[in-house]
Design a binder for this molecule. Sequence first.
Ligand SMILES: [Zn+2]
Length: 84
Amino acid sequence: MLGYNPKRKALVERAMKPVEKMLREMYDEGKDLTKIKLRKYQKTHFSSCTCGQCTRAKMKKDPHLRGILEDGFKVYMGEGASDD
Ligand SMILES: [Zn+2]
């Protein structure tokens, strides 16, 4: 557990703003918000990438160490998604 850090807190709050807005828009569109699910996702560099991070990931055989292109999360409606 990290100690209280106002900078981190502000960062989290700023990150939550667009999510809040999006959820409100979905609500206004009549979407069933009880079905909403969030999933974290990360897009890593291509397997052919030779940057420092990817090279280290290859050496350690740990794909999680690869360079990150995109880091975020996806919002989707839970209906139909069976991989809970
Ligand atoms: Zn890379």
